[in-house]
Design a protein around this ligand. Structure first.
Ligand code: CUA
Length: 165
C-alpha cells in the first residue's frame, strides 16, 4: 500500500512550509533580536493613574547604565512624552493605558508593543546610537490617533543631565 504521489507531494509542501516558518521564527528571535512584550502584570485602569508606579510616570535611573521608564499611553499622548537617556544605556520600558488600546513602537528599534488597558507591557532595549527615536501609536485609538507620538532622545553621556520625571 503506497501513498498516492499527489498526496505525498502535498505532504512534502506542507511540512516544508512548517520548517520554513520555524526557521523564520528562530532567525527573528535569536539572530535579529525580535522580542515579544511579556504581560508584566495587571493593573486596574480605574486606579492606575492615582496609585502605583504609573501615578508618577517618568524615567528613573537604576544604575550607571540602567534606566527604567513608566509610561502612560492615553488619548492622545504619552506621559512622559520624551524619554531621555545617555547613549549606551539599557532601559526597561513599562507601559499601560487607562482608557483604550494603544500602540508603542520606537522607530529603528525592536520595541513594538500593544498597550492594553489593565495590562502592563514591558520591553528592554540598549540604545547605543545618539539620536531621536520617534515613538508612534500604531493602534487606532480615536480621533487624535494620528497625532499621538513621543520621542526617545539618546544623548552623548557627557551631555546627560540626569533622569527627569
Ligand atoms: Cu493611541 Cu493610536
Amino acid at each position: 500500500m503506497g501513498i498516492d504521489p499527489y498526496e505525498r507531494n502535498w505532504i512534502v509542501v506542507g511540512v516544508g512550509i512548517l520548517v520554513l516558518f520555524m526557521a523564520g521564527i528562530t532567525i527573528a528571535g535569536f539572530a535579529l533580536g525580535y522580542q515579544l512584550p511579556g504581560p508584566e502584570g495587571r493593573v486596574d485602569p480605574q486606579t492606575v493613574l492615582s496609585e502605583g508606579p504609573f501615578a508618577e510616570p517618568g524615567v528613573r535611573q537604576i544604575s550607571d547604565d540602567r534606566f527604567e521608564a513608566y509610561v502612560v499611553a492615553r488619548q492622545f499622548l504619552y506621559d512622559p512624552n520624551v524619554i531621555e537617556i545617555p547613549a549606551g544605556a539599557t532601559i526597561d520600558i513599562f507601559v499601560t493605558s487607562p482608557d483604550v488600546q494603544h500602540g508603542f513602537k520606537v522607530t529603528d528599534t525592536n520595541i513594538n508593543m500593544q498597550i492594553v488597558p489593565g495590562q502592563i507591557s514591558k520591553l528592554s532595549f540598549t540604545f547605543d546610537e545618539v539620536g531621536e527615536y520617534p515613538i508612534i501609536c500604531h493602534e487606532y485609538c480615536g480621533l487624535g490617533h494620528a497625532a499621538m507620538f513621543g520621542t526617545v532622545r539618546v544623548v552623548p553621556p557627557t551631555d546627560f543631565e540626569g533622569a527627569s520625571s
